[in-house]
Design a protein around this ligand. Structure first.
Ligand SMILES: NC(=O)c1ccc[n+]([C@@H]2O[C@H](COP(=O)([O-])OP(=O)(O)OC[C@H]3O[C@@H](n4cnc5c(N)ncnc54)[C@H](O)[C@@H]3O)[C@@H](O)[C@H]2O)c1
Length: 253
């Protein structure tokens, strides 16, 4: 059995009111970490923190819009004072899917999606890095998508661009922060069966898509937990700047 040694670590997970973020938060708490459950939707953050508490874990819910620097700064301060430290940052939050052909995409929609998905990732990294540098220990896991590697569905140019940006941001700050013993990696999920995914598809389309996947099934939030915990641990200390695709083999075709 691999001991990930995450007990007592302070973990800040954005978007952890959502299904993937909640699965990760429960996974970290199960390893004994103290979790800041961060989401723009306070009630969703509270629901995840409640689930963790019911399982005997430690979590605090924090309402925060990651696209607002003042809110991110305040949330990191709060997490640091209540949990004692932020050792691990996982940037899961993403704007709702809003689709339009590129020539019709409202300027404010483009800005909104980039602000949450890309700028929010930058803001959270900016806010936690000083304390990670001071301790010479830190793990950051960002969330991109297969849409950031090979393009998103038609009408999702802002989403595809923001998620490609997260990959470039990850590899760049990994170079910058490596000398400070901070690892920065990224996950690019393929199709993961969450509300986001069901909202953007039909059952027939999903059935057809599953048949194109080498593993013949779409993913679940739990399929992401092991890899994120590993990348957040010392067991993956020689891995940085990478984007790991978790997609049932889809991109490898
Ligand atoms: N589900 C998939 O198939 C899939 C595929 C590829 C990538 N991803 C990525 O995985 C991550 C999680 O996806 P999900 O399916 O769980 O999404 P989701 O929409 O269920 O969860 C996203 C969470 O982020 C929160 N959020 C939205 N805007 C925010 C903001 N400004 N500040 C703070 N929180 C905010 C939402 O309230 C929600 O709880 C996202 O980054 C998404 O792009 C998902």
């Amino acid at each position: 059995m691999i001991n990930l040694e995450l007990g007592g670590k302070g973990v800040f997970i954005t978007g952890s009111g959502g299904e993937i973020g909640a699965a990760l938060a429960l996974g970290f708490a199960g390893e004994g970490a103290k979790v800041a459950v961060v989401d723009i939707d306070k009630s969703k953050a509270e629901a995840t923190a409640h689930r963790i508490a019911q399982q005997g874990g430690r979590a605090i819910p924090l309402a925060c819009d990651v696209s607002r620097w003042e809110q991110v700064h305040a949330a990191v301060e709060r997490a640091t004072s209540e949990l004692g430290r932020v050792d691990v940052l996982v940037n899961v939050a993403a704007a709702p899917l809003l689709r339009a052909p590129v020539e019709d995409l409202p300027l404010e929609t483009w800005q909104f999606i980039v602000d949450v998905n890309l700028q929010g990732t930058f803001y959270c990294c900016r806010a936690v890095v000083p304390q990670m540098k001071a301790r010479r220990w830190g793990k950051i896991v960002n969330f991109s998508s297969t849409s950031g590697r090979r393009g998103a569905q038609e009408g999702s140019s802002a989403y595809g661009a923001s998620k490609a940006g997260v990959i470039g941001f990850t590899s760049t700050i990994a170079r910058e922060l490596g000398p400070h013993a901070i690892n920065v990696n990224c996950i690019a999920p393929g199709t993961i069966a969450t509300a986001r995914f069901w909202a953007g598809s039909t059952r027939e389309r999903i059935e057809a898509h599953q048949q194109t996947l080498p593993l013949r099934r779409v993913g679940t939030p739990d399929d992401l937990v092991g890899i994120v915990l590993l990348l957040s641990s010392e067991r993956a200390s020689y891995i940085t700047g990478q984007t790991i695709t978790v997609d049932g083999g889809w991109l490898g075709l």
